[in-house]
Design a protein around this ligand. Structure first.
Ligand SMILES: Nc1ncnc2c1ncn2[C@@H]1O[C@H](COP(=O)(O)OP(=O)(O)OP(=O)(O)O)[C@@H](O)[C@H]1O
Ligand SMILES: [Mg+2]
Length: 448
């Protein structure tokens, strides 16, 4: 379907010229001489929709800014305001009232068409965002876990099924795939949700202290034990304990965990009293436990006890269909933090989807945060992505002739622009192309 532009301009020559240029560029155009007519048409029941509205500020009947105000209230068209040279106040007001942009007369047709193109591009991205947001709404009641591909659907239904029970759960997955997020979700979905969720990073505790951390100790159990201290299992009473990086537990501690699972009891370090463990255990690791067992670093019997219900989280590269959705939700978060309205250009998005993500969702998170913090314009182009992403997408396979050619073209344009000190007319001349073609290329390559 053709994109439609609604044009309001009282000067006939100007109106006809712009109309022609727009039609030639492939747009559907409706034009009006007065604001009243335009508004009537926009409000009529059989109205033609408009993607972009271009209006003059000075019209014989209504102020163009009033039209702008009315349109932004009733319709999602992008409005571009044409102002006369020297009326910067009009331009400022227009932007304040929600215009997409303004253009000062006199302007070239190239400039005009480029602006229309940009307005449409931003509108498309915005609509996509709205669609994605709606999709997020029907996310299985786990609003923090993003994903709607088949891999994640399996995970969602598994979480739903296990949350009600007390069974031990083992979460496996590469670094950054969301193991902690899933463990947390399971706890808050379970009937233990009002009791504590205690998280233990087994890799981060000094070996000599692990057992006293987990099971507590009695006064005088070792030098420095000046009073009795409850351990994490005691603190998690009636709740959930999350044993993260469980593969890193020393073998001796592994046997004590095994006992907790089998008998639901333990003793504090240096104590004789046997305590009951009313605790649900969720364990996680990014290591391959079967390998660890072969290397005699993990107890096989503990593995079987833990592995009652394994949840295996897919790597992000194996669920690429969820990447746009994740990006969108991450951008939403950055938006609030940075008060910027960032989106990615089409080729930037493609590069982000192509990339492999050894660090999975966490890595994607870092990349998005970095890009939106550093972004100088609202639309982040491929150029602004970290180089390892761009290089990756280009070195993975034999590059196509057209990608090599366009890379070279882009380089050459950048060099020429630099040589022309940013003067586009001069650069176009040096390159032997029209200003319009140069504009289009600058735009499509996302050259700053
Ligand atoms: N499906 C998802 N939807 C939204 N955010 C996610 C998803 N998976 C992971 N994340 C986010 O990615 C980050 C890393 O997740 P998390 O800490 O749970 O990973 P992990 O598997 O425990 O990683 P590690 O092995 O490095 O500890 C977190 O900020 C988390 O909120
Ligand atoms: Mg983790």
């Amino acid at each position: 379907m053709k994109e439609t532009v609604l044009l309001i301009e009282d000067e006939k020559l100007m109106r006809v010229t712009l109309e022609d240029a727009l039609r030639t560029a492939g747009y559907e155009v409706t034009s009006f001489e007065t604001g009243t007519e335009a508004l009537r048409s926009l409000k009529s029941p059989d109205r033609v929709g408009a993607d972009v509205v271009v209006t003059d500020v000075r019209l014989p009947d209504i102020d163009g800014l009033n039209i702008l105000e009315e349109i932004t209230q009733m319709n999602d068209a992008q409005v571009i305001v044409m102002t006369a040279f020297g009326t910067i106040k009009d331009a400022v007001n227009a932007m304040r009232l929600g215009a997409f942009d303004y253009i000062t007369k006199p302007f070239s047709l190239d400039e005009f068409l480029l602006l229309i193109e940009r307005a449409l591009e931003v509108k498309k991205l915005r609509n996509e965002n709205i669609r994605l947001k709606k999709d997020l709404g029907r996310c299985y009641g786990f609003p923090n876990i993003i994903g709607e591909g088949s891999e994640m659907k399996k995970i969602f239904s598994l979480i739903e099924r296990v949350s009600g029970s007390d069974s031990t759960i083992l979460i496996l997955g590469e670094s950054g795939t969301g193991k902690e997020l899933i463990a947390t979700t399971i706890h808050y979905q379970s009937k233990r949700k009002d009791k504590p969720l205690i998280k233990v990073n087994c890799a981060a505790m000094p070996e000599g202290l692990i057992e006293s951390e987990l099971f507590g100790h009695e006064k005088g159990a070792f030098t420095g034990a000046i009073r009795r201290k409850p351990g994490r299992f005691e603190l998690a009473d009636k709740g959930t304990i999350f044993l993260d990086e469980i593969a890193d537990l020393p073998l001796s501690t592994q046997s004590k965990i095994l006992r907790v699972i089998q008998e639901r009891t333990f003793e504090r370090v240096g104590g004789t009293e046997t305590l009951n463990a009313d605790v649900r255990i969720i364990a996680a690791t990014n290591k391959n436990l079967e390998d660890e067992i072969k290397k005699k670093r993990f107890r096989e019997d503990l593995y079987y006890r833990l592995n009652v219900i394994p949840i295996i989280l897919p790597a992000l590269r194996d669920r690429k269909e969820d990447i746009p959705l994740l990006i969108n939700s991450l951008l939403e978060k950055c938006k609030d933090k940075l008060s910027k309205n960032i989106s990615f250009s089409r080729d930037a998005l493609n590069a982000l989807i192509e990339y492999d993500y050894p660090g999975n969702v966490r890595e994607l998170q870092n990349i998005i945060e970095r890009c939106s913090t550093l972004a100088v314009s609202d639309v982040v182009g491929k150029d602004a992505l970290p180089s390892f992403i761009i290089n990756k997408t280009e070195s993975g396979k034999q590059p196509s002739l057209s990608s090599v050619a366009s890379e070279a073209e882009k380089e050459y344009i950048i060099r020429t622009l630099k040589a022309a000190k940013g003067n586009k007319t001069k650069a176009a001349e040096l390159l032997g192309i029209s200003r319009k073609t140069l504009w289009e290329k600058i735009n499509s390559y996302g050259i700053e």
